[in-house]
Design a protein around this ligand. Structure first.
Ligand code: PLP
Length: 369
């Protein structure tokens, strides 16, 4: 038995905006550069299968994931393009990665050995990407210690084919100079590593692809910008891809002094009107927005008052007309002239758009338009 997905709380995802943002990345890097859309973490919470289905129209080179299970799920869904696992593959996942023909980032000799063993066992050839650490520090072969690993790593490994060379940027959204610096560290190695004819060199995330397309090399790996997250306050904003909506489940008048919510952290200061929205932190609305964030309703911006509960959130609608049980509030997105961006929500919650998007829980239906 299914229920009405637009009754309680839901996400609306705009395919046309996703494609428009992809086109902006394409326009920035030009027609020759391959694009590897990052669809890790269920495509930043929006739904990997739907995102892939939509992006297929643009014929991307492949897809990027972080977990082997995510790559396997894409194979099960019928994806035949290259799938690159852009995070260290733990030993327990190596066999699955080979079985699903995934292309892992490799940043240690131990992983190479495990991959070679698994590939040989299965009679498979694994395409892998030599992951170089140029300042991120969390994975990859250290660029400044190449003499320790270069010869061993670039020799012929049974069952393995070196298909790419990559690094990951640490500050592309805040500091363009860091992109050039990280590129220079990788560039010092490029001539010493032999790639096949179809091999790819790739370093740029969304911010890099839009701010420093001169370093696009043969491929870029955009994520957040595709999904509507800004890439720095000085850059043009992406189109709005996702909106978060919820219904009004209850409306009341509150006399001065009436307390609200867990901890009674809010009390009406005069005669107020409150609307209870049927959405809470159990849906992924950050609890940090308690007494801090805003929502849109009937075209007006209204404050979130009291603590956000797991299932409901209360807004002060004093002076706003046309709100009743069944009205629809916007937590992210636009309503009339007003808009709340995912970045604004992230700022209220002292976090980044990535965490807001990936925090949406399974209780929220994703409604594609
Ligand atoms: C997540 C990720 C990206 C995409 O980064 P955005 O900032 O979302 O564009 C690119 N490369 C790697 C290795 C990643 O993990």
């Amino acid at each position: 038995m299914s229920t009405n997905p637009k009754a309680r709380a839901w996400l609306e995802v705009r395919a046309d905006a996703l494609l428009a943002n992809y086109d902006r990345v394409r326009a920035s890097v030009g027609p020759e550069v391959r694009i590897l859309p990052m669809v890790k973490a269920d495509a930043y919470g929006l739904g990997a299968n739907q995102v892939v289905e939509c992006l297929e129209r643009r014929d991307p080179w492949g897809y990027g994931v972080a977990a082997v299970s995510e790559g396997v799920a894409l194979r099960v869904a019928g994806v035949t393009r290259p799938i690159v696992v852009c995070s260290p593959v733990p030993p327990g996942d190596v066999d699955q990665a080979v079985a699903a023909n995934l292309q892992p980032f490799v940043g240690s000799v131990g992983t190479l050995e495990a991959l070679a063993a698994a590939a040989t066992r299965r009679g498979a050839t694994v395409d892998w990407h030599l992951d170089v650490d140029t300042g991120m520090g969390r994975s990859g072969f250290a660029a400044d210690r190449a003499e320790e690993w270069l010869d061993d790593v670039t020799r012929a490994w049974p069952g393995l084919r070196l298909a790419g060379l990559d690094t990951h940027l640490h500050s592309a959204d805040e500091d363009a100079a860091s992109i050039h610096d990280q590129w220079a560290r990788l560039a010092a190695l490029v001539d010493r590593i032999e790639l096949p004819e179809d091999g790819v060199v790739h370093i740029l995330n969304s911010a890099g692809a839009l701010r420093a397309p001169e370093h696009a090399c043969s491929m870029v790996r955009p994520g957040i910008f595709l999904y509507g997250g800004a890439i720095g306050t000085d850059q043009p904003r992406p189109d709005e891809v996702v909106s978060m909506k919820a219904s009004v489940g209850h409306v009341r008048e509150a006399a001065a002094g009436t307390t609200l919510g867990y901890g009674s952290t809010y009390a009406a200061t005069s005669e107020e009107r409150w609307a209870t929205l049927t959405v809470g932190y159990g849906d992924g609305l950050p609890r940090a927005l308690s007494n801090r964030g805003e929502a849109l309703i009937a075209g007006a911006r209204v404050p979130i008052i009291g603590r956000i509960s797991m299932d409901v959130t209360v807004v002060d609608i004093t002076g706003v007309s046309g709100v009743d049980v069944g009205s629809v509030a916007t937590l992210i997105g636009h309503d009339g002239q007003e808009a709340v961006s995912v970045d604004e929500v992230a700022a209220w919650a002292d976090t980044i758009s990535y965490e807001v998007l990936t925090g949406f829980t399974g209780r929220l239906p994703r409604m594609w338009t």
